[in-house]
Every structure is written in C-alpha cells, then in structure tokens.
Design a protein around this ligand. Sequence first.
Ligand code: SF4
Ligand code: SF4
Length: 67
Amino acid sequence: MIRANYRVPNVDAEKCHACKKCLARASCRLKALIQFEAHEMPYIDQELCRGCLVCVEECPFKAIEVR
Ligand code: SF4
Ligand code: SF4
C-alpha cells in the first residue's frame, strides 16, 4: 500500500463549536470538509483531503488539528 506523504487533519470534537456555517469548510477548495446540516460538527473526508492545512488556520476555535 502506498502511503500519502501529507498529513490529514481531524476535527476535535471537544473544541469544535458546531458553527451554523463552518468557516473552515468554506476555505477548503477540495470540498473535503463535510458539514451536511447547520450546527452539525463537520468531518474531514480522508480520501478527498490533500493536507494543505488551510482549514486549520480558518477555524476560529482552533478545532482542526494535525496529530
Ligand atoms: S471546525 Fe471550526 S469553524 Fe468548523 S464548525 Fe467546528 S469550530 Fe466551527
Ligand atoms: S487540509 Fe486542505 S484539503 Fe484537507 S480539509 Fe483542510 S483545507 Fe481541505
């Protein structure tokens, strides 16, 4: 199996405020941050994400982290 050489972040459930509109999601050009409903905690599609980490900077609550 070939492993990607980038790190995919995750949404930290303890920090995420489940905003009505996820600002981090709006910043993802690949639409890899998924939020189906307003006030729902988003998640990152591990297959779509390419680890650019733009969303990490855009979340006002620092809820998106790379581990
Ligand atoms: S990831 Fe950040 S911007 Fe998105 S819903 Fe959670 S707290 Fe809000
Ligand atoms: S790291 Fe980049 S590609 Fe992945 S979810 Fe965040 S903005 Fe989208």
